[in-house]
Design a protein around this ligand. Structure first.
Ligand code: GUN
Length: 284
């Protein structure tokens, strides 16, 4: 039996409509949520992501300000820009699109963002709050995946969850959220000896490696829920995930498509974090 498709595009539209409602309420009280998106260099994929984020903001009534800097911008200039965005009361969320050019220290840049405006949830203060169970901003991709699992009523309490990929942006926060939801979590990385032996135990399998074909149908437990975070462009121009969709869908109970799965949810959750940040500005 072929797997059910988890429609991230449709769920994202619902979340975005809810955000638009919250924005209307805020604007009626004189606060327009504002998101600053900083792009350094001319990575074509990053340019597309940044454009999509700005368009989603405007559609929800959030003011978006995109600052594009040349690839050879000195780190100090970027840090100065962040200082001024931190101090700007019309900006409630700040996002620096990654990856940054090699001469810039990514950790130093993220640390320079005011943690109360860090709508990506990448600042160590926010990572620490998540780790200790008192989250402020959840990283958008894992946050969106939790929403998808919730909307599909996927049981997590006591479930076996396997996360393939251990990045700060997706894998690690994903594992923490699944753990907090009561799952038994395994995190795999590029050194994992027998990946299939791990993934075949998963009731919920999240794959975020950035490499197409990492997980094939024979590595999936029949009836598992498979979340594919990857977005890879093949030489023939086709957009695919990290999971081999055709073999996986024969085995899984449910699977996210690429495109139209996790990607739209990531943007929707960025809007949620931004409106939430603005709501915190309201008098208590
Ligand atoms: N690059 C890839 N994913 C992301 C993300 O979620 N946020 C930022 N800032 N950069 C990214």
């Amino acid at each position: 039996m072929a797997a059910r498709l988890i429609d991230g595009k449709m769920l994202a539209a619902t979340v975005r409509a809810q955000v638009a409602d919250r924005v209307r309420t805020l604007r009626a009280q004189g606060i327009t949520p504002g998101l600053a998106v900083v792009l350094v260099g001319d990575n074509p994929a990053s340019q597309v992501y940044v454009r999509n984020k700005a368009a989603a903001c405007e559609a929800a009534g959030i003011l978006s300000r995109t600052v594009s800097l040349a690839a050879d911008t000195p780190e100090g200039e970027l840090l100065d820009l962040l200082d001024s965005l931190n101090a700007d009361p019309s900006i409630h969320g700040i996002l620096v699109q990654l990856p940054l050019p090699g001469h810039i220290d990514t950790g130093r840049v993220i640390a320079a963002i005011d943690a109360t405006k860090d709508v990506d949830g990448f600042h160590v203060a926010n990572a620490g709050l998540l780790l200790t169970g008192r989250p402020r901003f959840l990283p958008c991709t894992p946050y969106g995946i939790m929403k998808m699992l919730e909307s599909e009523a996927v049981p997590l309490w006591g479930a076996e969850a396997v996360v393939v990929g251990a990045s700060n942006i997706v894998g690690k926060p994903m594992a923490l959220l699944l753990l907090a939801a009561g799952a038994t979590v395994t995190i795999c990385n590029s050194k994992t000896r027998d990946l299939g032996a791990q993934t075949r135990r998963a009731d919920v399998l999240v794959v975020a490696t950035g490499r197409s074909g990492m997980v094939t149908g024979d590595m999936i437990k029949p009836g598992a829920v498979v979340i594919d975070v990857g977005i890879n462009r093949l030489e023939n121009g086709q957009l695919v995930g990290d999971v081999d969709f055709e073999t996986a869908r024969q085995v899984a109970a449910a699977i996210t498509p690429v495109p139209g799965g996790v990607g739209p949810m990531t943007i929707a959750m960025l809007l949620v974090n931004t409106v939430e940040s603005a709501e915190r500005q309201l008098p208590a």
